[in-house]
Write a protein that binds this ligand. Structure first.
Ligand code: KG4
Ligand code: ZN
Length: 332
């Protein structure tokens, strides 16, 4: 079965055709990140207008492989309402004209499906760690349908923390790649930064305190006339975020033994996180799955894959945007 996936939840406009949930036939992503870089972050109205400008050309490009598709899938939420609506209205129209089934997809669950877009088949039960710009969640997946939320961030998401602290350091948006590049030549122990909630038994995260600590530290150093070593601070920030993520993931693996760990979301592109999780999983004999970097950030192939494994089409008129959908919720 060939599904055309459409993704417009935030600042990427994407369309892809995926066969049987695993084989990518086309995968097109247009990003408005350059625009957001100029404003230092995403302005929702600007993002929505860019979605409108890019979506039809992106879909046309994805359809160039000239295959007959069997169904469409679209991100229903969570995301920015203006951006979501562009994808939803377009896919509703196409489903109506082409008379094809349309499957609404939960964007956060879809991130996990980036792990199926290759030759590997992650075994269940699985633990999913979804770390993106807007979300940080740990979920237990009994199978494709039964997903239980185990814990998540109480305030800022991991990616948001990378983005906000990068701003303090004067780095460009998005902050994750900028911090990790700079961190390569820094000392992660140079600055002592908090790892909030790391000693608590629950599976929740908190990153807002880390952001505040970085702001206070830079102010303190400035007023004392000391220069901040940006590479050292970037490495220290990255180490604090990665430590928190790994600590709670290991706790979750102890509480709910699983066969595989599925890393997903934009922050899964982080090399330190990938390497450290890999080392830990080898020790405890858990199979770790990490998507290729290109499929960690927003794309439509993951939307099509998620729709294949959770094939629940809805009549096009019933599909609505759900900007605040949470990870374990099924799209209604
Ligand atoms: O999943 P995603 O593309 O969009 C959302 O759904 O939010 O994630 C974007 C987030 C941004 O916060 C960005 O800074 C972060 O992923 N990110 C990274 C890296 N690449 C992207 N964070 C850390 N290290 C990276 N290499
Ligand atoms: Zn995302």
């Amino acid at each position: 079965m060939k599904i055309l996936g459409i993704e417009t939840s935030c600042d990427e406009t994407a369309a892809a055709i995926v066969e049987d949930g695993t084989k990518i036939l086309s995968n097109v992503v247009a990003s408005s990140v350059e625009l957001h870089r100029k404003s230092g972050g995403i302005i929702p109205e600007v993002a929505a207008r860019e979605q409108l400008r890019c979506l039809l050309p992106v879909i046309n490009e994805a359809l160039k492989s000239a295959v007959e598709i069997d169904a469409l899938a679209v991100t229903a939420g969570p995301g920015l309402i203006g951006s979501l609506l562009v994808g939803i209205e377009t896919s509703r129209t196409l489903a109506y004209i082409w008379q094809k089934p349309l499957i609404p997809v939960n964007h956060l669950q879809a991130h996990i499906y980036a792990n199926w877009l290759n030759d590997q088949r992650p075994p269940f039960p699985a633990l999913g760690l979804v770390v993106s710009g807007g979300h940080t969640d740990l979920v237990f997946m009994k199978n494709h349908r039964e997903i239980k939320w185990l814990g998540g961030t109480r305030d800022d998401a991991a990616g948001e923390c990378f983005d906000k602290t990068a701003r303090v350091l004067g780095l460009t948006y998005p902050g994750g790649p900028a911090i990790s590049r700079l961190a390569e030549r820094g000392d992660p122990q140079a600055y002592s930064l908090p790892r909030p909630m790391i000693n608590q038994k629950n599976l929740d995260f908190s990153f807002a305190g880390l952001k505040t600590a970085v702001i206070n530290l830079t102010r303190r150093e400035k007023s004392a006339g000391r220069r901040i070593n940006k590479a050292d601070l970037a490495a220290s920030i990255q180490a604090a975020i990665v430590d928190s993520l790994i600590n709670k993931t290991l706790r979750a693996l102890k509480k709910s033994p699983v066969k595989s760990l599925l890393l997903a979301g934009g922050v899964a592109a982080n090399t330190l996180l990938r390497e450290q999780l890999n080392a830990k999983c080898q020790k405890i004999n858990v199979q770790l799955f990490i998507p290729p970097i290109k499929l960690c950030t927003d794309n439509a192939a993951m939307i099509a894959s998620c729709a294949f494994f959770n094939f629940q089409p809805l009549f096009w008129q019933k599909i609505k945007s759900q900007p605040s959908l949470s990870i374990a919720e099924m799209v209604k």
